[in-house]
Design a protein around this ligand. Structure first.
Ligand SMILES: Nc1nc2c(ncn2[C@@H]2O[C@H](COP(=O)(O)OP(=O)(O)O)[C@@H](O)[C@H]2O)c(=O)[nH]1
Ligand SMILES: [Mg+2]
Length: 153
């Protein structure tokens, strides 16, 4: 951020800008989640499979998010590491999405299957979500916003 932008954030004239890397298996609902977080007049009605990655934006009450929405396809996974900075204490938000499906496992079970309790060096949180209805998404974004605001800039 340039000096003027920082000043605008300090004065409350502008939201602080943050970058988010969105990763996950293909077809898990990443693009649908991001789309649902945009204002309704900016949402697309027809979500196509992501090729490579796309850059999306949405806002929370005090932050302006730029999201790198990565394709989950194997041949694009080597792109991920270019956007991921290993040694920083970056918060990780997990969505256990498609909770509306009859066979969906609970978010507790998902966190066990992914061994999330082994993540000791970064704050993490898991939310059950239904991206079609938009359920569980705000809880996740609120957590992310809290985490980012407690990190010193
Ligand atoms: N039932 C259900 N379908 C979902 C949910 N989220 C996404 N989908 C559907 O899953 C498919 C893949 O979604 P998409 O956002 O393209 O997945 P991505 O590949 O991870 O970006 C689409 O047909 C979505 O409508 C959800 O929470 N519940
Ligand atoms: Mg996608």
């Amino acid at each position: 951020m340039g000096l003027l932008d920082r000043l605008s954030v300090l004065l409350g004239l502008k939201k602080k800008e943050v970058h988010v890397l969105c990763l996950g298996l293909d077809n898990s609902g990443k693009t649908t989640i991001i789309n649902k977080l945009k204002p309704s007049n900016a949402q697309s009605q027809n979500i196509l499979p992501t090729i490579g990655f796309s850059i999306e934006k949405f806002k929370s009450s005090s932050l302006s998010f730029t999201v790198f929405d990565m394709s989950g396809q194997g041949r694009y996974r080597n792109l991920w590491e270019h956007y991921y900075i290993k040694h920083r204490r970056i918060p990780i938000l997990f969505f256990a999405n498609k909770m509306d499906l009859r066979d969906a496992v609970t978010s507790v079970k998902v966190s066990q299957l992914l061994c999330l309790e082994n993540i000791k060096d970064k704050p993490w949180h898991i939310c059950a979500s239904d991206a079609i209805k938009g359920e569980g998404l705000q809880e996740g974004v609120d957590w992310l916003q809290d985490q980012i605001q407690t990190v010193k800039t």
